[in-house]
Design a protein around this ligand. Structure first.
Ligand SMILES: Nc1ncnc2c1ncn2[C@@H]1O[C@H](COP(=O)(O)OP(=O)(O)O)[C@@H](O)[C@H]1O
Ligand SMILES: [Mg+2]
Length: 358
């Protein structure tokens, strides 16, 4: 096992800064996910940890060992890591067994030890019965598991996974999530996982690092990220949310445009951004909710009713409700809304926060 400390890491390609002052500590045995939109710097960070890129500034440590700094640079093969990329490659002319054994074969590990390790890892990825097949006789998901087994067989201290499931279909992706978690537990390794898929990040991670444009936005457990997002970007990227601007004063927030009020006893004053998730609102009997509006669009999706509600003056919220509770709701109707919870963010002077949303 290995902890990973990333200290003030900055990476620029020419004059383009793609990672800025990245600071994070990942504990032994933790499952950490780097989450953010395409191009935010996730792969670059993983490649720096792996030793395929040298940071422009900053330090990377595995436990107490410096692997990258101004003075030190350990090449990838000396870092004791396993890696799987989105475009995994398995050798087409080798059997599954030979593919997985390869990292040990080139290290000249003795045959009996190789067999023991390969058998164990093939069992962990549920491929024991396919050991003698060649990759073309396997499905995409099975090939992906071969790549995973090969990354694990040398029992690395740290496993780096860069969007390893994104080429698989939705069902397989979901079952592979569980398998990767199981394998992590069995091998007791630290995992750094990269994805742009928030559901994948939520399902698998002990902690998530949310990144935008090369800058860490928040580090926290899936629950912390979802229930206490640090800023509108995080709130928007993880889960669904609608924003309405307003003014906080005297125990309420008055929403811009519609003038409706939400009770508020928090610390912020003046211009704020209110974020409300669709599941934080329920329909109420007429006059009993905090907000009211007219249903603008109504989608019946079977398991839920998904509605956009016009609060007036350009302010809008979204309600996703159990169809049993939203019976009778349809486009054009006037509704009363109970707001169970919402998020409030300070508005930076002169900032158009919608520009940073994806
Ligand atoms: N070798 C490189 N040379 C120049 N720019 C690069 C290089 N590698 C990555 N970039 C740029 O760095 C940014 C972050 O890329 P990347 O880390 O691959 O993002 P992500 O994995 O989050 O999609 C992108 O704008 C990308 O074009
Ligand atoms: Mg990437």
């Amino acid at each position: 096992m290995s902890s990973v400390t990333i200290e003030n890491v900055t990476k620029a390609f020419g004059s383009t800064v793609v990672l800025e002052k990245f600071d994070a500590v990942f504990e032994n045995g933790e499952f950490i996910t780097l989450l953010g939109p395409s191009g935010c710097g996730k792969t670059t960070m993983l490649r720096i940890v792996a030793g395929f890129e040298k940071p422009t500034a900053g330090t990377v440590r595995f436990d107490d060992r410096v692997v990258s700094s101004e003075k030190v640079f350990l090449p990838p093969e000396k870092r004791d890591i396993g890696m799987v990329f989105q475009s995994y490659a398995v050798w087409p002319h080798m059997t599954v067994y030979e593919n997985v054994a390869y990292p040990l074969t080139i290290k000249k590990v003795d045959k009996a030890a190789i067999k023991q390790k390969v058998d164990r890892v093939l069992a962990a990825v549920h491929l024991s019965q396919y050991a003698d097949r060649i990759p073309s006789q396997l499905s995409g998901g099975q090939q992906q598991r071969v790549a995973l087994a090969r990354a694990l067989v040398a029992e690395p201290a740290l496993l780096l996974l860069d969007e390893p499931l994104s080429n698989l279909d939705a069902k397989l992706r979901e079952s592979m999530r569980f398998e990767i978690k199981e394998i992590q537990k069995e091998y007791g390794i630290t995992v750094m996982y990269v994805t742009h898929d928030q559901t994948e990040a939520m399902a698998m991670s002990d902690r998530i690092v949310v990144i935008n444009r090369g800058v860490i936005q928040q580090i926290g457990s899936p629950r912390e990220i979802y229930t206490q997002p640090a800023n509108p970007f995080v709130a928007d990227f993880v889960g669904k949310i609608e924003f309405v601007e307003g003014i906080a004063k005297d125990g309420v927030i008055e929403l811009n445009g519609c003038g409706q009020k939400l009770p508020y006893d928090g610390e912020l004053k003046g211009e704020v951004i209110v974020g409300i998730r669709p599941e934080q609102i329920t329909y109420a009997a007429e006059g009993e909710g905090e907000l009211s509006g007219v249903v603008k669009t109504h989608f019946y999706l079977g398991d839920v009713d998904d509605c956009r509600i016009d609060l007036g003056g350009g302010a809008e919220v979204r309600v996703i409700a159990d169809p049993f509770e939203s019976r009778g709701v349809s486009a054009g109707k006037q509704v009363s809304l109970k707001v169970r919870n919402f998020h409030v963010f300070a508005k930076q002077e002169g900032e158009d926060f919608r520009k940073i949303l994806t």
